[in-house]
Design a protein around this ligand. Structure first.
Ligand code: RB5
Length: 154
């Protein structure tokens, strides 16, 4: 698989180790940065990483910031992205199965690297469920995105 990986400064160390894991599993990596611990803005990396998945250059993405939350918020603004913050193997497995999540987000300040590696392995290994109820719910998420392209508050 082609996997995009990205982080802000808070996730940089995790990104290095998770990249090694992904490469060792035989996947191709697109690394969109950041490339050091200088302070950067997580939305820039959330958007950039998510766009690689949205446009089909990568099948799945892994994005890391301090909490995993900010970068997931940015990624989820990109069309077709279902980014999920996961904090253990079970949430990683369930979000692949039930939500067909296409971007994994990890909070480096809260998830130790060993756990982050296990979470990533599970996320990459778990297929999305074909079960009709899960597909229907994912379709509903897509239709929210469609309806939100123009203001429909009223
Ligand atoms: C950076 O200090 C921090 O705000 C960022 O990594 C992330 O946790 C935001 O959600």
């Amino acid at each position: 698989m082609k996997i995009v990986i990205g982080s802000d400064h808070a996730g940089f160390e995790h990104k290095k180790k998770i990249s090694e894991l992904i490469a060792s599993l035989g996947h191709e990596i697109i690394d969109i940065g950041t490339d050091g611990e200088n302070s950067v803005d997580y939305p820039d990396y959330g958007e950039k990483g998510a766009r690689e998945v949205s446009c089909g250059s990568a099948e799945l993405g892994v994005l890391i910031c301090g909490t995993g939350i900010g970068i997931s918020m940015a990624a989820n603004k990109v069309r077709g992205i279902r980014a999920a913050v996961c904090w253990n193997e079970e949430t990683a497995s369930l979000t692949r199965q039930h939500n067909d999540a296409n971007v994994l987000c990890i909070g480096a300040r809260f998830v130790p690297i060993e756990e982050a590696i296990n979470i990533t392995k599970v996320f990459l290994d778990t297929p999305a469920s074909e079960d009709a109820r899960h597909r229907r719910r994912i379709e509903k998420i897509s239709s929210i995105e469609e309806r939100s392209r123009s203001c429909d508050c009223k």
